[in-house]
Design a protein around this ligand. Structure first.
Ligand code: ADP
Length: 488
């Protein structure tokens, strides 16, 4: 099997496959729930299959927790909070968090391969981005665990108690780290539910947490579908809900906890603008556009999915972008040549294809490079839509796939108006040579994170979160720690 690519002007490039080995990966055929430091059979007696979206092979069966299972997990978390974790010296808690980070590093290769198998993401990204960043979150928050009084000077801080955490399928291990690390550092205990299509790295993390000797019940991992998530949200003894996922489910959660004592942070959808001014370094900007929308198959809540190019450079940028897209390799996520891996699920592929149909029906000009897609599995070529109206559903709605819309603009005021004309407000990117333009635009764009002359850069020290329908609360940095504390 050769990863083959034809680039434009008739020049063909052939790359030999460079497959990451899976022989070192240890997966059980069936996973129970990790509750109170033990693997527990689900009271529901139900299991579901998790598959590899790159070839539709079944990877494992995973427990589907019901209300009773969630109740058991919350009770274990409450007991651990009351009897152990809240009484432990913060410096001791820090050591456990640090130990988890070290063990994750030791098993980084296995975690990266499992992430690619279960999520469809390319091995280069899970190996170089997801797993190292996940480890770094544990390292970073381990450092704060015994310094809370310095993190928030002159405030009396206290843990919230039991945190219910629900995460999505696009960055499964990284999202688990974003949620668990600050919660533990602030002195909370945790019940976490991974997404139904990507439960495996969270279950591996449960093994690591177990090996780290974390006291029983401090972290509980319950797998399942939306109903399992809803059981966590509705459980009366949960003190905080931390959710990352769709805006639709975010709204359901907000309604469900309205009027209760539960605190919440919601990180929801996005439709982020990536803005190229006419004085931008064009080649770097084109790389930034590619990274902004095609990283992780576009399954990124802050993806730069709306491209705005200033008229004077639009033709050049689009030509270079098409050229660059022609060289992207779509295929096996485990092949180190691959740039765009598998779409996470059949359902998600159907959603993306539905938007491609809408774009074509609306008469927008579409561009997809000619590339051979694997015969089995779920794949979508990188896709551009030009001549799209601001009112188009492609511009207004989150597609969560490798589909980019392109609009042009003449003035800064015009692009600000268009970029802010969305219900979302998660991220934005600006490409320009002038610092003054960067400051001007960053103060006026309504987005939680704004990158200048780069895109999709993350760091544990830097808070991340949205405005408007992209949610509220921040993860990462001190803000992410504060979200798990009562402050007086
Ligand atoms: P996506 O569109 O990315 O699949 P979802 O919001 O549907 O996003 O899913 C994100 C997470 O929320 C998943 O773990 C999913 O199981 C969970 N979930 C789905 N519905 C609910 C719900 N009603 N209450 C709580 N969690 C839910």
């Amino acid at each position: 099997m050769a990863a083959k690519k034809t680039i434009n002007q008739g020049v063909e490039w052939n790359y030999s496959p460079a497959l990451e080995s899976t022989s070192h990966v240890k997966l059980k055929s069936k996973y129970d729930l990790y509750i109170d430091g033990k693997w527990v059979k689900p009271q529901s007696k139900k299991y579901f299959k998790t598959i590899n979206p790159a070839n539709e092979d079944v990877l494992a069966e995973v427990a589907h927790a019901n209300e009773k299972d969630v109740d058991l997990a919350v009770k274990a978390a409450r007991k651990a909070y009351r009897n152990v974790w809240s009484k432990m010296a913060p410096s001791e808690r820090a050591k456990y968090i640090y130990r988890i980070a070290r063990l994750m590093q030791e098993r980084a290769r296995e975690l990266a391969v499992i992430e690619s198998l279960d999520a469809g993401k390319v091995i280069r990204e899970s190996r170089d981005v997801d797993v190292p960043l996940a480890c770094n979150h544990f390292f970073y928050y381990a450092g704060w665990a015994d310094k809370l009084e310095y993190a928030f000077p002159n405030r009396k801080v206290e843990a919230l108690g039991v945190a219910g955490q629900i995460i999505p399928w696009n960055f499964p291990l990284l999202m688990a780290a974003w949620k668990i690390a600050p919660a533990l550092a602030a002195g909370n205990t945790v019940v976490l539910k991974p997404a139904e299509t990507t439960p495996l790295t969270a279950l591996k993390l449960a093994e690591i947490i177990h090996d780290a000797g974390l006291p029983s019940g401090v972290v509980n991992i319950v797998t399942g579908y939306g109903d399992t998530g809803a059981s966590i949200v509705n459980h009366p003894d949960v003190d905080k809900i931390a959710f990352t996922g769709s805006t639709g489910v975010g709204k359901i959660i907000q309604k469900a906890i309205a009027g209760t004592h539960k605190k919440s942070t919601l990180e929801l959808g996005g439709k982020s603008a990536n803005i190229i001014m006419d004085d931008a370094p064009i080649d770097q900007a084109v790389e930034g556009i590619v990274n902004g929308i095609f990283f992780n198959q576009g399954h990124v809540c802050c993806a730069g999915s709306r491209l705005f190019v200033q008229e004077g450079v639009a033709e050049k940028v689009i030509e270079k972008l098409k050229h660059r897209m022609d060289s992207l390799i779509v295929g096996d996520p485990l092949d180190k040549n691959t740039d765009i891996g598998a779409i996470n699920s059949k359902d998600q592929l159907d959603i993306i294809n539905g938007y491609v149909k809408i774009g074509n029906a609306e008469g927008a000009e579409m561009y997809q490079p000619k590339c051979k897609l694997p015969k089995s599995g779920f794949y979508c070529p990188p896709t551009l839509f030009m001549d799209v109206a601001q009112s188009s559903r492609l511009v207004q709605e989150e597609i969560f796939g490798p589909v980019l819309t392109i609009q042009t603009f003449r003035t800064v005021d015009e692009v600000l108006q268009k970029a802010n004309n969305t219900p979302f407000g998660l991220a934005a990117g600006i490409w320009t040579d002038k610092g003054s333009r960067i400051f001007n635009l960053t103060t006026k764009l309504r987005a939680g994170v704004i990158w200048a002359n780069t895109y999709n850069k993350f760091d544990p020290t830097s808070p991340f979160g949205g405005y408007k329908e992209s949610g509220f609360g921040r993860e990462g940095g001190l803000q992410g720690l504060g979200a798990y504390l009562k402050m007086n």
